[in-house]
Design a protein around this ligand. Sequence first.
Ligand code: FES
Ligand SMILES: [Fe+2]
Length: 468
Amino acid sequence: MSRTSSRDFANISARDMDEERLVTYPTDAFLSREYLEAEKKLLWPKVWQVVERETDLPNPGDWLTYNVADESIIVLRKQDGSLKAFHNVCPHRGRQLISTPDGVHSVRGSGRKKFVCGFHGWIYDEEGKNLRVLDPQDWQNKLTPEQTCLSEVRVDTWGGFIYINMDRDSVSLKEYLGRAGEILGHYDLDKMRYKWRQWAVYPCNWKTALEAFLEPYHVEGTHTQLLRYQDFYAYSKQYGMHGVSGFDTRDPEYQMKESGGVVRAGKGGDPRVSTYELVRENYETINFAGSTETLVKAASRLADELPAGTSPQEVVAHWLASAKKDDAARGVVWPEIPPEIMKESGLAWSLFPNQNILHGVTFALCYRVRPWGDDPDKCLFEAYALERYPDGDEPETEWVQAEPTAEKWGRVLAQDFGNMEFVQKGMKSSGFRGPLPNPHQEQKVINLHRNLAHFMGGRGAPKRLERG
Ligand code: FES
Ligand SMILES: [Fe+2]
Protein backbone atom coordinates (compact mmCIF):
# COMPACT_ATOMS: atom_id res chain seq x y z
CA MET A 1 0.00 0.00 0.00
CA SER A 2 1.36 3.39 -0.86
CA ARG A 3 1.22 6.10 1.74
CA THR A 4 -2.23 7.31 0.93
CA SER A 5 -5.12 8.22 3.15
CA SER A 6 -8.49 6.56 3.31
CA ARG A 7 -9.88 9.56 1.39
CA ASP A 8 -8.32 8.07 -1.70
CA PHE A 9 -10.61 5.08 -1.65
CA ALA A 10 -12.79 5.24 -4.68
CA ASN A 11 -16.46 6.13 -4.46
CA ILE A 12 -17.58 4.46 -1.26
CA SER A 13 -16.19 5.05 2.18
CA ALA A 14 -15.69 2.86 5.21
CA ARG A 15 -18.71 4.65 6.65
CA ASP A 16 -20.87 3.64 3.69
CA MET A 17 -19.74 0.10 4.37
CA ASP A 18 -20.56 0.28 8.06
CA GLU A 19 -23.97 1.71 7.21
CA GLU A 20 -24.47 -1.27 4.90
CA ARG A 21 -25.45 0.77 1.88
CA LEU A 22 -26.63 -0.98 -1.27
CA VAL A 23 -23.85 -1.14 -3.83
CA THR A 24 -22.83 -2.81 -7.05
CA TYR A 25 -19.57 -2.97 -8.99
CA PRO A 26 -18.56 -3.79 -12.54
CA THR A 27 -17.51 -7.30 -13.63
CA ASP A 28 -14.42 -5.96 -15.38
CA ALA A 29 -12.20 -7.07 -12.51
CA PHE A 30 -13.13 -10.71 -13.17
CA LEU A 31 -13.37 -10.82 -16.93
CA SER A 32 -11.17 -8.29 -18.63
CA ARG A 33 -7.70 -9.09 -19.95
CA GLU A 34 -6.88 -5.43 -19.82
CA TYR A 35 -7.78 -5.33 -16.12
CA LEU A 36 -5.51 -8.34 -15.55
CA GLU A 37 -2.71 -6.48 -17.33
CA ALA A 38 -3.36 -3.42 -15.17
CA GLU A 39 -3.16 -5.56 -12.01
CA LYS A 40 0.37 -6.49 -13.04
CA LYS A 41 1.38 -2.84 -12.82
CA LEU A 42 -0.91 -1.36 -10.20
CA LEU A 43 -1.72 -4.13 -7.73
CA TRP A 44 0.83 -6.92 -7.34
CA PRO A 45 3.95 -4.71 -7.20
CA LYS A 46 2.29 -2.50 -4.56
CA VAL A 47 0.91 -4.77 -1.85
CA TRP A 48 2.21 -6.92 0.95
CA GLN A 49 1.48 -10.50 -0.02
CA VAL A 50 1.99 -13.79 1.71
CA VAL A 51 4.72 -15.99 0.29
CA GLU A 52 5.08 -19.02 2.53
CA ARG A 53 5.43 -20.20 6.10
CA GLU A 54 8.70 -19.40 7.85
CA THR A 55 9.13 -23.12 8.54
CA ASP A 56 9.63 -23.60 4.80
CA LEU A 57 13.01 -21.88 5.07
CA PRO A 58 14.32 -23.35 8.33
CA ASN A 59 18.07 -23.25 7.61
CA PRO A 60 20.59 -20.70 6.38
CA GLY A 61 20.90 -21.05 2.62
CA ASP A 62 17.27 -22.24 2.15
CA TRP A 63 15.46 -20.38 -0.63
CA LEU A 64 12.31 -20.45 -2.70
CA THR A 65 10.61 -18.54 -5.47
CA TYR A 66 7.27 -16.81 -5.18
CA ASN A 67 5.59 -16.13 -8.49
CA VAL A 68 2.65 -13.83 -9.07
CA ALA A 69 1.47 -12.44 -12.43
CA ASP A 70 4.70 -11.57 -14.31
CA GLU A 71 6.74 -11.23 -11.13
CA SER A 72 9.04 -13.79 -9.59
CA ILE A 73 10.73 -13.18 -6.26
CA ILE A 74 13.50 -15.16 -4.59
CA VAL A 75 13.30 -15.36 -0.79
CA LEU A 76 16.47 -16.52 0.94
CA ARG A 77 17.35 -17.41 4.53
CA LYS A 78 20.75 -15.77 4.98
CA GLN A 79 23.65 -17.23 6.95
CA ASP A 80 22.82 -14.91 9.87
CA GLY A 81 19.28 -16.37 9.98
CA SER A 82 17.48 -13.32 8.65
CA LEU A 83 15.44 -13.24 5.43
CA LYS A 84 16.28 -11.45 2.21
CA ALA A 85 14.24 -11.12 -0.96
CA PHE A 86 15.15 -10.16 -4.53
CA HIS A 87 13.46 -9.90 -7.85
CA ASN A 88 14.34 -13.10 -9.66
CA VAL A 89 16.16 -11.41 -12.51
CA CYS A 90 19.77 -10.90 -13.50
CA PRO A 91 20.57 -7.21 -14.10
CA HIS A 92 22.77 -8.05 -17.09
CA ARG A 93 20.36 -9.11 -19.83
CA GLY A 94 17.38 -10.10 -17.74
CA ARG A 95 17.54 -13.86 -17.46
CA GLN A 96 15.67 -15.25 -14.48
CA LEU A 97 18.32 -16.27 -11.94
CA ILE A 98 16.20 -19.24 -10.98
CA SER A 99 14.21 -20.67 -13.90
CA THR A 100 10.51 -20.88 -13.10
CA PRO A 101 8.91 -22.81 -15.99
CA ASP A 102 5.21 -22.25 -16.70
CA GLY A 103 3.05 -24.57 -14.64
CA VAL A 104 5.28 -24.88 -11.58
CA HIS A 105 3.98 -23.93 -8.15
CA SER A 106 7.36 -22.69 -6.89
CA VAL A 107 11.03 -23.64 -7.10
CA ARG A 108 12.94 -24.39 -3.89
CA GLY A 109 16.42 -25.30 -2.78
CA SER A 110 18.97 -25.15 0.01
CA GLY A 111 22.63 -24.49 0.71
CA ARG A 112 22.83 -21.16 -1.18
CA LYS A 113 25.43 -18.56 -0.33
CA LYS A 114 25.39 -17.02 -3.78
CA PHE A 115 23.51 -17.03 -7.06
CA VAL A 116 25.22 -17.63 -10.39
CA CYS A 117 23.37 -16.55 -13.52
CA GLY A 118 23.19 -19.38 -16.02
CA PHE A 119 23.52 -17.10 -19.06
CA HIS A 120 26.87 -15.24 -18.80
CA GLY A 121 27.94 -16.31 -15.34
CA TRP A 122 27.55 -13.11 -13.33
CA ILE A 123 27.56 -13.93 -9.61
CA TYR A 124 25.68 -12.39 -6.63
CA ASP A 125 26.13 -12.83 -2.90
CA GLU A 126 23.33 -13.26 -0.35
CA GLU A 127 23.00 -9.47 -0.03
CA GLY A 128 22.39 -9.26 -3.79
CA LYS A 129 25.78 -7.62 -4.32
CA ASN A 130 27.53 -8.46 -7.58
CA LEU A 131 30.66 -10.56 -7.00
CA ARG A 132 31.60 -11.13 -10.60
CA VAL A 133 31.05 -9.52 -13.97
CA LEU A 134 32.72 -11.37 -16.82
CA ASP A 135 35.12 -8.98 -18.59
CA PRO A 136 34.30 -5.75 -16.76
CA GLN A 137 37.05 -3.97 -18.74
CA ASP A 138 34.76 -4.12 -21.79
CA TRP A 139 32.56 -1.59 -19.96
CA GLN A 140 35.73 0.43 -19.33
CA ASN A 141 35.28 -0.68 -15.69
CA LYS A 142 32.52 1.91 -15.41
CA LEU A 143 29.68 -0.33 -14.22
CA THR A 144 28.66 0.69 -10.70
CA PRO A 145 27.57 -1.65 -7.85
CA GLU A 146 24.09 -0.09 -8.13
CA GLN A 147 23.90 -1.14 -11.77
CA THR A 148 25.07 -4.68 -11.21
CA CYS A 149 23.36 -5.68 -7.94
CA LEU A 150 20.08 -7.57 -7.67
CA SER A 151 16.89 -5.57 -7.11
CA GLU A 152 15.87 -5.95 -3.52
CA VAL A 153 12.32 -6.66 -2.37
CA ARG A 154 11.01 -5.91 1.11
CA VAL A 155 10.42 -8.97 3.25
CA ASP A 156 8.89 -9.33 6.71
CA THR A 157 7.10 -11.90 8.82
CA TRP A 158 3.87 -12.10 10.80
CA GLY A 159 2.06 -15.07 12.34
CA GLY A 160 4.71 -17.48 11.04
CA PHE A 161 4.07 -16.28 7.47
CA ILE A 162 6.66 -14.67 5.21
CA TYR A 163 5.41 -11.61 3.30
CA ILE A 164 7.02 -9.58 0.54
CA ASN A 165 6.32 -6.17 -0.92
CA MET A 166 7.93 -4.92 -4.12
CA ASP A 167 7.04 -1.32 -3.29
CA ARG A 168 9.87 0.35 -1.41
CA ASP A 169 7.58 3.22 -0.37
CA SER A 170 4.97 0.98 1.15
CA VAL A 171 3.94 1.19 4.79
CA SER A 172 5.39 -1.50 7.07
CA LEU A 173 3.73 -4.92 7.19
CA LYS A 174 2.60 -4.18 10.75
CA GLU A 175 0.88 -0.98 9.66
CA TYR A 176 -0.56 -2.70 6.59
CA LEU A 177 -2.16 -5.47 8.67
CA GLY A 178 -3.36 -2.94 11.25
CA ARG A 179 -6.08 -4.01 13.65
CA ALA A 180 -6.59 -7.29 11.76
CA GLY A 181 -2.99 -8.24 12.52
CA GLU A 182 -3.37 -7.25 16.17
CA ILE A 183 -6.48 -9.35 16.69
CA LEU A 184 -5.18 -12.43 14.89
CA GLY A 185 -1.87 -11.96 16.70
CA HIS A 186 -3.57 -13.32 19.83
CA TYR A 187 -3.97 -16.69 18.11
CA ASP A 188 -0.21 -17.36 17.93
CA LEU A 189 -0.50 -18.58 14.35
CA ASP A 190 3.30 -18.72 14.26
CA LYS A 191 3.17 -21.76 16.54
CA MET A 192 0.94 -23.68 14.13
CA ARG A 193 2.33 -26.05 11.52
CA TYR A 194 1.07 -27.33 8.19
CA LYS A 195 -1.29 -30.29 8.35
CA TRP A 196 -1.75 -30.42 4.57
CA ARG A 197 -1.35 -28.04 1.64
CA GLN A 198 -2.82 -28.35 -1.82
CA TRP A 199 -3.11 -26.37 -5.02
CA ALA A 200 -5.03 -26.56 -8.23
CA VAL A 201 -5.26 -24.64 -11.46
CA TYR A 202 -8.91 -23.71 -11.55
CA PRO A 203 -11.01 -22.22 -14.40
CA CYS A 204 -12.07 -18.88 -12.95
CA ASN A 205 -10.56 -15.51 -12.13
CA TRP A 206 -8.56 -15.33 -8.90
CA LYS A 207 -11.14 -13.01 -7.37
CA THR A 208 -14.05 -15.26 -8.27
CA ALA A 209 -12.29 -18.06 -6.39
CA LEU A 210 -11.30 -15.89 -3.44
CA GLU A 211 -14.82 -14.56 -3.03
CA ALA A 212 -16.24 -18.08 -2.81
CA PHE A 213 -14.60 -18.21 0.62
CA LEU A 214 -15.37 -14.72 1.92
CA GLU A 215 -18.88 -15.25 3.19
CA PRO A 216 -21.05 -17.97 4.76
CA TYR A 217 -24.11 -16.49 3.00
CA HIS A 218 -23.67 -19.26 0.40
CA VAL A 219 -23.97 -22.12 2.90
CA GLU A 220 -27.76 -22.12 2.62
CA GLY A 221 -27.60 -22.63 -1.14
CA THR A 222 -24.37 -24.58 -1.53
CA HIS A 223 -23.64 -26.66 1.55
CA THR A 224 -27.24 -27.61 2.25
CA GLN A 225 -26.22 -30.71 4.25
CA LEU A 226 -24.79 -28.42 6.97
CA LEU A 227 -28.15 -26.79 7.70
CA ARG A 228 -29.14 -29.82 9.74
CA TYR A 229 -26.60 -28.82 12.37
CA GLN A 230 -26.71 -25.04 12.57
CA ASP A 231 -27.74 -21.77 10.96
CA PHE A 232 -25.10 -19.94 9.01
CA TYR A 233 -26.37 -16.40 9.22
CA ALA A 234 -23.27 -14.23 9.48
CA TYR A 235 -22.18 -10.63 9.73
CA SER A 236 -19.37 -9.30 7.62
CA LYS A 237 -17.36 -6.20 8.39
CA GLN A 238 -14.65 -4.08 6.83
CA TYR A 239 -11.43 -3.46 8.74
CA GLY A 240 -9.94 -0.93 6.35
CA MET A 241 -7.88 -2.98 3.91
CA HIS A 242 -9.10 -6.22 5.42
CA GLY A 243 -12.34 -7.78 6.60
CA VAL A 244 -13.89 -10.24 9.00
CA SER A 245 -17.03 -12.32 9.10
CA GLY A 246 -18.56 -14.06 12.07
CA PHE A 247 -21.61 -16.07 12.90
CA ASP A 248 -24.57 -14.06 13.92
CA THR A 249 -27.77 -15.54 15.06
CA ARG A 250 -31.40 -14.74 14.60
CA ASP A 251 -32.02 -16.74 17.80
CA PRO A 252 -30.74 -15.05 20.99
CA GLU A 253 -30.76 -18.37 22.85
CA TYR A 254 -27.77 -19.37 20.75
CA GLN A 255 -25.85 -16.11 21.14
CA MET A 256 -22.30 -17.11 22.15
CA LYS A 257 -19.86 -15.00 23.98
CA GLU A 258 -17.39 -17.88 23.93
CA SER A 259 -16.88 -17.66 20.18
CA GLY A 260 -18.36 -16.15 17.02
CA GLY A 261 -16.35 -18.62 15.02
CA VAL A 262 -16.51 -22.12 13.71
CA VAL A 263 -16.19 -23.56 17.23
CA ARG A 264 -19.77 -23.25 18.42
CA ALA A 265 -22.83 -25.17 19.57
CA GLY A 266 -25.04 -27.13 17.23
CA LYS A 267 -28.74 -26.25 17.02
CA GLY A 268 -31.80 -28.23 18.07
CA GLY A 269 -33.17 -29.67 21.29
CA ASP A 270 -29.98 -31.20 22.64
CA PRO A 271 -26.85 -29.09 22.07
CA ARG A 272 -24.71 -31.84 23.68
CA VAL A 273 -25.48 -34.07 20.73
CA SER A 274 -25.80 -31.49 17.96
CA THR A 275 -22.52 -29.78 18.89
CA TYR A 276 -20.72 -33.06 18.39
CA GLU A 277 -22.54 -33.69 15.11
CA LEU A 278 -21.72 -30.19 13.86
CA VAL A 279 -18.01 -30.37 14.67
CA ARG A 280 -17.65 -33.89 13.33
CA GLU A 281 -19.41 -32.98 10.09
CA ASN A 282 -17.22 -29.86 9.71
CA TYR A 283 -14.07 -31.80 10.38
CA GLU A 284 -14.77 -34.73 8.10
CA THR A 285 -16.19 -32.81 5.16
CA ILE A 286 -13.67 -29.93 5.14
CA ASN A 287 -10.75 -32.29 4.60
CA PHE A 288 -9.95 -32.61 8.32
CA ALA A 289 -9.48 -28.89 8.67
CA GLY A 290 -11.66 -26.30 10.40
CA SER A 291 -11.31 -28.22 13.67
CA THR A 292 -9.00 -30.76 15.33
CA GLU A 293 -9.20 -34.36 16.45
CA THR A 294 -8.96 -33.17 20.06
CA LEU A 295 -12.02 -30.96 19.63
CA VAL A 296 -14.01 -33.69 17.88
CA LYS A 297 -13.18 -36.26 20.55
CA ALA A 298 -13.99 -33.89 23.40
CA ALA A 299 -17.32 -33.11 21.70
CA SER A 300 -18.08 -36.83 21.40
CA ARG A 301 -18.10 -37.07 25.24
CA LEU A 302 -20.47 -34.14 25.83
CA ALA A 303 -23.61 -36.30 26.17
CA ASP A 304 -21.86 -38.46 28.81
CA GLU A 305 -20.30 -35.64 30.74
CA LEU A 306 -23.19 -33.16 30.89
CA PRO A 307 -26.80 -33.55 32.06
CA ALA A 308 -29.69 -33.19 29.64
CA GLY A 309 -30.95 -29.62 29.49
CA THR A 310 -27.48 -28.03 29.64
CA SER A 311 -27.60 -24.70 27.81
CA PRO A 312 -25.72 -24.23 24.52
CA GLN A 313 -23.40 -21.73 26.23
CA GLU A 314 -22.53 -24.19 28.99
CA VAL A 315 -22.05 -26.98 26.48
CA VAL A 316 -19.51 -24.91 24.55
CA ALA A 317 -17.72 -23.75 27.71
CA HIS A 318 -17.42 -27.34 28.97
CA TRP A 319 -16.36 -28.64 25.56
CA LEU A 320 -13.59 -26.07 25.17
CA ALA A 321 -12.33 -26.57 28.74
CA SER A 322 -12.08 -30.32 28.30
CA ALA A 323 -10.44 -30.08 24.85
CA LYS A 324 -7.94 -27.62 26.32
CA LYS A 325 -7.13 -30.09 29.09
CA ASP A 326 -6.75 -32.97 26.62
CA ASP A 327 -4.42 -30.90 24.48
CA ALA A 328 -2.35 -29.79 27.49
CA ALA A 329 -1.87 -33.46 28.44
CA ARG A 330 -0.24 -34.12 25.05
CA GLY A 331 1.88 -30.97 25.12
CA VAL A 332 -0.31 -28.61 23.10
CA VAL A 333 -0.81 -25.39 25.02
CA TRP A 334 -3.65 -23.10 24.02
CA PRO A 335 -2.91 -19.36 23.94
CA GLU A 336 -4.94 -17.29 26.38
CA ILE A 337 -7.22 -15.12 24.29
CA PRO A 338 -9.14 -12.34 26.03
CA PRO A 339 -12.93 -12.80 25.59
CA GLU A 340 -13.34 -9.41 23.90
CA ILE A 341 -10.69 -10.40 21.32
CA MET A 342 -12.36 -13.79 20.85
CA LYS A 343 -15.61 -12.00 20.12
CA GLU A 344 -14.10 -9.45 17.75
CA SER A 345 -12.09 -12.11 15.92
CA GLY A 346 -15.20 -13.75 14.50
CA LEU A 347 -15.05 -16.65 12.06
CA ALA A 348 -12.67 -15.76 9.24
CA TRP A 349 -10.47 -12.92 8.03
CA SER A 350 -9.60 -11.69 4.60
CA LEU A 351 -6.22 -10.00 4.39
CA PHE A 352 -5.96 -7.85 1.29
CA PRO A 353 -5.49 -8.76 -1.42
CA ASN A 354 -5.64 -12.56 -1.51
CA GLN A 355 -5.18 -14.28 1.84
CA ASN A 356 -8.06 -15.83 3.81
CA ILE A 357 -7.69 -17.21 7.31
CA LEU A 358 -10.44 -19.14 9.07
CA HIS A 359 -8.96 -19.40 12.52
CA GLY A 360 -9.50 -21.40 15.68
CA VAL A 361 -7.50 -21.42 18.88
CA THR A 362 -5.64 -24.56 17.78
CA PHE A 363 -6.08 -24.61 14.00
CA ALA A 364 -6.51 -22.47 10.91
CA LEU A 365 -7.86 -23.16 7.45
CA CYS A 366 -6.32 -20.78 4.94
CA TYR A 367 -6.71 -19.93 1.29
CA ARG A 368 -4.70 -17.97 -1.22
CA VAL A 369 -5.47 -17.31 -4.86
CA ARG A 370 -3.28 -15.86 -7.61
CA PRO A 371 -3.72 -15.25 -11.31
CA TRP A 372 -2.55 -18.05 -13.58
CA GLY A 373 -0.75 -16.93 -16.71
CA ASP A 374 -2.40 -14.18 -18.71
CA ASP A 375 -5.83 -15.72 -18.66
CA PRO A 376 -8.47 -13.90 -16.58
CA ASP A 377 -10.47 -17.16 -16.62
CA LYS A 378 -7.80 -19.11 -14.72
CA CYS A 379 -6.29 -19.02 -11.28
CA LEU A 380 -3.85 -20.80 -9.02
CA PHE A 381 -5.98 -21.82 -6.05
CA GLU A 382 -4.35 -22.95 -2.81
CA ALA A 383 -5.76 -24.13 0.49
CA TYR A 384 -3.91 -25.36 3.53
CA ALA A 385 -4.65 -26.45 7.05
CA LEU A 386 -2.55 -25.38 10.02
CA GLU A 387 -2.66 -26.97 13.44
CA ARG A 388 -0.93 -26.77 16.79
CA TYR A 389 1.15 -29.90 17.38
CA PRO A 390 3.27 -31.12 20.27
CA ASP A 391 6.88 -30.10 19.57
CA GLY A 392 8.35 -32.29 16.86
CA ASP A 393 5.05 -34.07 16.15
CA GLU A 394 4.04 -32.05 13.11
CA PRO A 395 3.66 -33.99 9.86
CA GLU A 396 6.03 -33.51 6.93
CA THR A 397 4.09 -31.79 4.17
CA GLU A 398 4.71 -30.28 0.80
CA TRP A 399 2.59 -28.57 -1.84
CA VAL A 400 0.53 -31.18 -3.65
CA GLN A 401 -1.30 -30.45 -6.88
CA ALA A 402 -4.77 -31.91 -6.51
CA GLU A 403 -7.71 -32.08 -8.91
CA PRO A 404 -10.64 -30.07 -7.53
CA THR A 405 -12.69 -33.10 -6.47
CA ALA A 406 -14.43 -34.17 -3.25
CA GLU A 407 -12.00 -37.05 -2.96
CA LYS A 408 -9.00 -34.73 -2.82
CA TRP A 409 -10.44 -31.69 -1.03
CA GLY A 410 -13.46 -32.96 0.92
CA ARG A 411 -17.15 -32.56 0.17
CA VAL A 412 -17.50 -28.93 1.27
CA LEU A 413 -14.66 -27.54 -0.85
CA ALA A 414 -15.85 -29.60 -3.82
CA GLN A 415 -19.23 -27.90 -3.45
CA ASP A 416 -17.47 -24.52 -3.52
CA PHE A 417 -15.51 -25.57 -6.62
CA GLY A 418 -18.87 -26.51 -8.11
CA ASN A 419 -19.89 -22.82 -8.06
CA MET A 420 -16.74 -20.93 -8.97
CA GLU A 421 -16.42 -21.97 -12.61
CA PHE A 422 -20.08 -21.21 -13.22
CA VAL A 423 -19.94 -17.81 -11.54
CA GLN A 424 -17.13 -16.98 -13.96
CA LYS A 425 -19.29 -18.11 -16.90
CA GLY A 426 -22.47 -16.51 -15.60
CA MET A 427 -20.90 -13.08 -15.15
CA LYS A 428 -20.23 -13.01 -18.90
CA SER A 429 -23.94 -13.15 -19.68
CA SER A 430 -25.26 -10.02 -21.40
CA GLY A 431 -28.26 -10.47 -19.14
CA PHE A 432 -26.23 -10.00 -15.97
CA ARG A 433 -26.81 -6.49 -14.65
CA GLY A 434 -23.91 -6.60 -12.15
CA PRO A 435 -23.47 -8.10 -8.68
CA LEU A 436 -25.88 -7.30 -5.86
CA PRO A 437 -23.73 -8.18 -2.85
CA ASN A 438 -25.47 -8.53 0.52
CA PRO A 439 -24.43 -5.39 2.45
CA HIS A 440 -24.51 -7.21 5.82
CA GLN A 441 -23.32 -10.71 5.01
CA GLU A 442 -21.08 -10.08 2.00
CA GLN A 443 -19.42 -6.86 3.04
CA LYS A 444 -15.98 -8.48 2.77
CA VAL A 445 -16.63 -8.97 -0.95
CA ILE A 446 -17.61 -5.32 -1.38
CA ASN A 447 -14.59 -4.27 0.65
CA LEU A 448 -12.31 -6.29 -1.61
CA HIS A 449 -13.54 -4.28 -4.59
CA ARG A 450 -13.33 -1.00 -2.67
CA ASN A 451 -9.69 -1.70 -1.89
CA LEU A 452 -8.91 -3.01 -5.36
CA ALA A 453 -10.29 0.20 -6.84
CA HIS A 454 -7.96 2.15 -4.59
CA PHE A 455 -4.96 0.49 -6.21
CA MET A 456 -6.45 0.28 -9.69
CA GLY A 457 -6.90 4.01 -10.09
CA GLY A 458 -10.59 3.88 -9.24
CA ARG A 459 -11.34 1.20 -11.80
CA GLY A 460 -13.97 -1.32 -10.74
CA ALA A 461 -15.06 0.77 -7.76
CA PRO A 462 -18.30 -0.19 -6.04
CA LYS A 463 -20.96 2.42 -6.40
CA ARG A 464 -24.03 3.20 -4.36
CA LEU A 465 -27.33 1.98 -5.74
CA GLU A 466 -29.48 4.37 -3.70
CA ARG A 467 -29.51 8.07 -3.22
CA GLY A 468 -28.92 9.93 0.04
S1 FES B 1 21.80 -12.37 -18.15
FE1 FES B 1 22.73 -12.98 -16.32
S2 FES B 1 24.82 -12.94 -16.74
FE2 FES B 1 23.93 -12.32 -18.60
FE1 LIG C 1 -18.27 -22.81 0.97
